[in-house]
Design a protein around this ligand. Structure first.
Ligand SMILES: NC(=O)c1ccc[n+]([C@@H]2O[C@H](COP(=O)([O-])OP(=O)(O)OC[C@H]3O[C@@H](n4cnc5c(N)ncnc54)[C@H](OP(=O)(O)O)[C@@H]3O)[C@@H](O)[C@H]2O)c1
Length: 309
């Protein structure tokens, strides 16, 4: 099979389309013909070597955490899926024509959800839901600021916090305000506008997908109530614990029941993760550059494509 292999740290010239051995499923694994894989920030952070200390890996490696596709083989002890099922999953090595992973990584894709749309859901879906439910532990009526709210994890965090009955403030860049107005949120704050930050009433919790200077500016201005919570998908913000805040930094983990819930929300239209450009595997370097530049819409790798769309 063909796969995109990262053979060194640095820029995208280290991503190479190669012929590699096709994996076989173990007893509790399934083998999936990949319809699409999505590009996530973690992919280019690994490529650049940013995560070398935190997440050591052995090169060469096939990147890619998200796939959707069709089951083409199952392990001897698999009862949850059968050949022909349409699935999506939080996997390793998704930039490939074929992927093998444990059944716990996957959920069925409802008929209403196209496979490319499904490929954008697993990592950001599980991260956003787990950020709200396990790190922030949002409750009804709480005022929760979601930073990076028009980003992919941010959109899921907004959805998950709303489902819990929280009041949501979308924290975005000034230029993202038109996009933020399309979200189901109660307030919008431009995080790069000091006057807007000054006016923001302190919140009960922050569901953070940005960190850095944004969190520093919020903490400097005491924008979380005493004893409030910061849940983050990044590093714990400096100084938060010292202010008496409860800080929970989290890493997404597979959860097929939660993934099925995300798929159902996508099928009903409650959760929308916009799709951006689509590239064949041979153009993985261009796909990563486009994704890295930011903007709305997840970038996909589609093995059956011949040209970018
Ligand atoms: N812990 C985990 O398990 C886990 C899992 C998934 C993702 N993550 C991390 O979560 C972060 C978000 O991921 P994602 O997939 O949601 O990325 P994304 O779709 O690119 O969203 C990030 C959003 O944050 C915005 N943003 C960035 N810097 C900002 C700033 N200084 N002020 C205001 N807004 C800012 C971005 O705007 P622009 O596009 O304009 O920059 C974008 O809207 C990434 O760092 C990723 O590595 C962690």
């Amino acid at each position: 099979m063909k796969a995109v292999v990262l053979n060194g740290y640095g820029d995208v010239e280290h991503l190479e389309l190669k012929e590699v051995d096709e994996p076989s499923p173990g007893p509790r694994q399934i083998k999936v013909k990949v319809a699409a894989a999505s590009v996530n920030p973690v992919d280019w952070k690994i490529r650049r070597g940013d995560l070398r200390a935190m997440m050591p890996i052995h090169l060469p490696v096939i990147l890619g955490r998200d796939v959707s596709g069709e089951v083409i083989a199952i392990g001897a002890e698999v009862r949850e899926f059968k050949v022909g099922d349409r699935v999506m999953g939080l996997v390793e090595h998704g930039y490939a024509e074929v992927v093998v992973a444990s059944v716990e990584a996957f959920a069925l894709v409802p008929p209403e959800v196209p496979l490319p749309t499904a490929a954008a859901l697993p990592l950001v879906g599980l991260t956003g839901v787990q950020l709200v439910e396990e790190a922030v532990r949002a409750h009804a009526g709480e005022r929760i600021l979601v930073t990076g709210a028009v980003g992919s994890v941010g959109r899921v965090a907004v959805f998950a916090a709303k489902r819990r009955g929280a009041q949501i403030i979308a924290g975005v860049r000034s230029r993202q305000r038109p996009e933020a107005k399309k979200l189901d949120v109660d307030e919008i704050v431009a995080l790069d506008d000091p006057q807007e930050l000054e006016r923001l009433r302190p919140v009960d919790a922050i569901a953070d997908t940005v960190n850095g200077k944004v969190m520093a500016a919020l903490l400097d201005r005491d924008k979380v109530v005493p004893g409030g919570v910061i849940g983050t998908v990044l590093q714990p913000p400096l100084g938060a614990k010292e202010q008496g805040l409860r800080v929970h930094a989290m890493l997404a983990h597979p959860d097929s029941a939660a993934l099925a819930g995300i798929a159902a929300a996508a099928a009903s239209g409650e959760l929308v993760i916009p799709i951006g450009r689509q590239f064949p595997l041979s153009q993985a370097p261009a796909a990563q550059h486009v994704a890295e530049a930011g903007g709305v819409g997840k970038v996909l790798l589609v093995p059956s494509l011949r040209r970018a769309s």
